[in-house]
Design a protein around this ligand. Structure first.
Ligand SMILES: Cc1ncc(COP(=O)(O)O)c(C=O)c1O
Length: 398
């Protein structure tokens, strides 16, 4: 604790010490204060030891109260025993994976994933001698057949980016456990509002909190949640690589999450309405949304996602760049942004953003074409949103 003393020091010294506290006690603020401090003053070596023993606050990279508060919230939401909060979704994904594999191990992963996750598993971890295979996780026979004696980790997204496919997390967890492996699930697209992977047997759940969880497109953050044992390992790695989330961003994300249920409910309603309208449009070749009867996993998705089918969809337009540009310029409400999950509807073009680093042959195998547009649905008035897409699609009229 910083020492207040009656002893008087010179101007240069007092400038460093005065004003550290206010006179009136500031207990129980309605909103949690932001702890912008790198470290905490320690009374003596016994105090230091007590802090180590109680996992108390010493240094910001290890622990910070705002990160702690967000961690408690995520642990509750995802129904785990513990969490870590990371400087981005990718920091969370890499910490979750790297804390559980070593040279010679094999990762078995869904072939449809966020592009940089594929790059992390295949290229970065490949350079360190970790093997990987990517198969279609909506085909359980393919998953079973691809397991190897050295498979240590299976990896899936609740709703896979950008084809919006829905793997059966419970069945995949069973395959992982029967083979002595763990399952890590990225729940970014659905969030704990719509689905809790740990309740279905996943061992770790990762979230890019940058997206729907925070929901305001103003912060980059991530989390990993799971058992105390796995999170202790992940936290140890996080401290070494320095992927800890800063206090201010942790505070912003926690504030954003307070309205998660309201936003997701409306985003899911809007997504279903827009998906149905796009499916009827003569200018749209295909719509990928689990709430549509045409979606290959629709019946299963109804069981897995009782609250709704999420706020993400993708749809296919003719591969005509000029017309696609015209369509984008004609939209009044949905603008292009290289993110997702915000309160406003945004567009993204997987070929030119999220999957630009994925080789074209792999992209094609996933079904990602130049005409594929991914839409992250916002909380606009439903009619306004649908009408705006429909009028913009008129550019495809001959
Ligand atoms: C499904 C999914 N997971 C993880 C990430 C990475 O999140 P971040 O940008 O917070 O690192 C993204 C980014 O778009 C994503 O779409």
């Amino acid at each position: 604790m910083f020492k207040e003393t009656d002893k008087k020091f010179k101007f240069e010294t007092e400038t460093l010490r005065k004003g550290a506290y206010v006179d009136f006690p500031v207990d129980n603020p309605e909103s949690m204060p932001i702890y912008l401090t790198t470290a905490y003053n320690v009374e003596d070596l016994d105090d230091l030891q007590a802090r180590y023993d109680a996992k108390g606050y010493c240094y910001n990279r290890n622990r910070n109260p705002n990160r702690g508060a967000l961690i408690n919230l995520m642990t509750y939401l995802e129904n785990g025993e513990a969490s870590i909060a990371c400087s981005s979704g990718m920091a969370a994904i890499s910490t979750a994976i790297i804390s559980n594999v070593k040279q010679g191990d094999h990762i078995l992963s869904d072939k449809t994933l966020y592009g940089e996750t594929i790059e992390l598993i295949e290229d970065l971890l490949g350079n360190f001698g970790v093997e990987s295979t990517f198969v279609d996780f909506t085909d359980l026979n393919e998953v079973k057949a691809a397991v190897k004696p050295n498979t240590k980790l299976l990896y899936a997204e609740t709703i896979a980016n950008p084809m919006i496919t829905v793997p059966d997390i419970g069945a995949i967890a069973k395959i992982a456990h029967e083979n002595g492996a763990i399952l890590v699930v990225d729940n970014t697209f659905m969030t704990a509002y719509g689905f809790k992977p740990l309740d279905h047997g996943a061992d770790l759940v990762v979230n890019s909190l940058t997206k729907f969880a925070n929901g305001h497109s103003d912060s980059v953050a991530g989390s990993v949640t799971g058992s105390q044992k796995l999170i202790t390992k992940a936290h140890a790695l996080q401290v070494l690589v320095g992927s800890s989330l800063d206090a201010f961003t942790a505070w912003l994300v926690q504030r954003g999450i307070r309205t998660l249920n309201l936003r997701l409910k409306k985003q899911m309603e809007n997504a279903l309405a827009l998906a149905k309208a796009l499916e009827k449009s003569p200018y749209v070749l295909k719509v990928n949304y689990p709430g549509l009867e045409s979606h290959p996993q629709h019946e299963f998705a109804k069981k897995q996602f009782p609250k709704g089918f999420g706020g993400m969809l993708s749809f296919v337009m003719p591969d005509d760049r000029k017309k696609i540009n015209e369509f984008m310029r004609k939209l009044n409400l949905a603008h292009y942004a290289m993110t997702l999950g915000g309160y406003r509807t945004t567009l993204s073009h997987p070929v030119m953003s999220s999957h630009s680093t994925v080789p074209e042959s792999v992209r094609r195998a996933m079904g990602i074409t130049d005409g594929l547009m991914r839409v992250s649905i916002g909380i606009e008035d439903t009619e306004d949103l649908v009408n705006d897409f429909i009028q913009a699609l008129e550019v495809f009229k001959k």
